[in-house]
Ligand binder design. Structure first.
Ligand code: ADP
Ligand code: MG
Length: 582
């Protein structure tokens, strides 16, 4: 009994045309969507080299008859719609009948399928569109589709693919989005022979979110809900204490389908405007239910973009759902930079401001020009020559900490103000870069190893950076598909919550373009930023002295790894000018 039909030409012509197979992740998406449409409860995905060498998707769905298997690989053959009217109310992932033939035309594709009520399975092997083999075979009920040699015959497309790591994280992203939309389905992912994702079926969306993300995310999620009559919105958004450098953790689902939508993104960002630091993005899981006829998914061949028929209504519904949950005034800041309230200790230091210790030549200096850099560099030559121990025997304090954030140092010609975080970032950045280059291990072993729950995108990052992490002192062991154990940490990391620092590093790195040529530099900058002294942290004279010395031992003491200044200088001349003395 054949269920798949070839769509009549007039229907086929109304389907958004275009290429659906761009990269391994698109193959994963189309195959997993087919499994979901086939009512699968368990889906297993196997990848090699980020899907470039192998994408295999197995399901326990309803399967296909031999006739259906043969029809499935023909263009515009589908079991999901039959008329043009059906296009107005689509409730399945697929409807175009184009995915399998497209994939079959650019790879070596094998389909093995057995219907639930049938005794035997049918197999077909297609090489770049040409049927090589077909016939009965024994297999479990369900469908297994295997793609190898993707784009082997189209070198131009193959060249366009990114690194294995980058392709793998795209595949994972597709899987995670589909898994978040379908919590009742179990997913298992294997990458290069290792299990990387395993999600058992669950009853609630929040449970599925909890399987994928860690407690830190879960604790910060707030429920959202809004009914607009036409559209119903529910889900979860992170509060204002959790945010990302990219919009990668903004998830939208429409009637169980992961979607991208500029309209919904704008609504989400509007609801969060003013609540997050600049250029940071929220974490959000927004599920929208709508009558199928109020949305059009036939806009884009990959069906990730949709058109809402009542744009204002859906925009408003999402906005209200979120702002009702997170609205309200921002919490009071702990540091008020403009407040002038010298503390006791600080005043004391001010009075006792010491002898000139670190002399700088009394010459005209304009901050942040090459001139100042050269001149200070010369001066630092003198300082570096000074034995470091000399300062510790000095009874008077050398430095003054202001607002627990800036260090003021007196010089022969005026004064320097150092941003303690930026300065420490620079110091650690150069240290980490050196450690990466020399692969010199410098970790301190933890008495009690720390277990860390890995988000799927972190697993990919960790695998790629494992050697680099170990080079700087993070000895990490991946213990299961979503766990790692931290055995040692870099010696420059001050005692504290190592697990948080490590997770912050993983999260930030997972937001990079992994194929960028300066990825290791970004890695080092991230580690430095996360491990550095924070603004608002009190420092002792020794801390400040050590920081000062190591800053000026750096190749570029004047900028943090992100290019912001670490030091601002006020020369005598500038001070005199400011006070109208000249
Ligand atoms: P579409 O999903 O748009 O219908 P596809 O080319 O993806 O088009 O699939 C063609 C047809 O093959 C589907 O309509 C479905 O009937 C059948 N099919 C594909 N994958 C599976 C699967 N995993 N289990 C059962 N049937 C499948
Ligand atoms: Mg399909």
């Amino acid at each position: 009994m054949s269920r798949i039909i070839k769509l009549p030409e007039d229907v086929a012509n109304r389907i958004a045309a275009g290429e659906v197979v761009e990269r391994p992740a698109s193959v994963v998406k189309e195959l997993v969507e087919n499994s979901l449409d086939a009512d699968a409860h368990y889906i297993e995905i196997s990848l090699k080299r980020g899907g470039k060498e192998l994408v295999q998707v197995s399901d326990d769905g309803e399967g296909m008859s031999p006739d259906d298997v043969l029809l499935a690989v023909q263009r515009h053959a589908t079991s999901k719609i039959s008329s043009a009217e059906d296009l107005n109310a689509i409730s399945t992932f697929g409807f175009r009948g184009e995915a399998l033939p497209s994939i079959a035309s650019v790879s070596l594709l094998e389909i093995i399928s057995r219907q639930r009520n049938s005794d035997t399975a049918f197999r077909i092997l297609i090489d770049n569109g040409e049927i090589l083999e077909q016939g009965e075979i024994s297999a479990q009920p369900g469908t297994t589709i295997t793609t190898t040699k993707l784009f082997d015959k189209i070198p131009a497309r193959k060249r366009f693919l990114k690194s294995d790591t980058s392709e793998l994280s795209r595949c994972n992203d597709v899987i995670i989005r589909l898994a978040l939309a379908n919590p009742d389905v179990s997913f298992r992912v294997e990458s290069d022979g290792r299990e990387t994702i395993y999600l058992t079926s669950c009853a609630e969306y929040i449970e599925r979110i909890g399987q994928i993300f860690d407690d830190e995310v879960l604790e910060k999620l707030q429920k959202i809900h809004y009914e607009s009559g036409e559209y119903s919105v529910f889900g979860f958004v992170g509060n204002r204490t959790i945010h990302r450098a990219r919009s990668s953790d903004e998830y939208f689902f429409l009637n169980g389908r992961p979607i991208k939508s500029g309209l919904l993104t704008a609504s989400l960002h509007k609801a969060f405007s003013g609540l997050l630091p600049p250029k940071r993005y929220p974490v959000a899981f927004v599920y929208i239910e709508s009558p199928p006829e109020l949305v059009d998914v036939n806009v884009h061949p990959a069906k990730t973009e949709v058109r809402f028929r009542r744009e204002e209504a859906v925009f408003g519904a999402v906005y209200h759902a979120i702002s009702d949950a997170i609205g309200g005034p921002a919490p009071a800041k702990t540091i008020k930079p403009l407040e002038f309230a010298p503390q006791k200790a600080a005043r004391q230091t001010e009075l006792d401001f010491p002898q000139v210790k670190r002399p700088f030549p009394g010459r005209k200096i304009v901050p942040h020009t090459l001139d100042i850099e050269r001149e200070i560099s010369e001066a630092i030559g003198n300082i570096a020559a000074e034995p470091h121990t000399q300062r510790t025997v000095e009874p008077m304090p050398d430095f003054l900490q202001i607002l627990d954030t800036y260090i003021v140092a007196r010089t022969r010609d005026g004064m320097l103000i150092i941003d303690q975080h930026a300065a420490h970032e620079r110091v650690l950045f150069e240290k980490v870069m050196k450690a990466i280059e020399t692969e010199a291990f410098s970790g301190q072993r933890l008495l009690f190893p720390v277990e860390i729950k890995l988000l799927p995108q972190w697993t990919v990052i960790l695998a790629k950076f494992l050697k680099k992490f170990s080079a700087i002192g993070f000895e990490v062991e991946i213990s299961s598909s979503d766990r790692a154990v931290l055995h040692s940490v870099p010696s420059f990391l001050k005692s504290g919550d190592y697990s948080t620092v490590f997770r912050e590093i993983l999260q930030e790195i997972s937001e990079f373009d992994i194929d960028a040529p300066d990825v290791f530099k970004n890695f080092a900058a991230t580690v430095a930023c996360r491990a550095a002294i924070k603004a608002g942290q009190k420092l002792s004279q020794d801390d400040m002295g050590a920081l000062f010395d190591s800053l000026f031992a750096c190749e570029d003491p004047f900028h943090c790894p992100h290019g912001r200044p670490t030091i601002v200088k006020f020369s005598r001349e500038q001070l005199e000018k400011m006070f109208g003395r000249t």
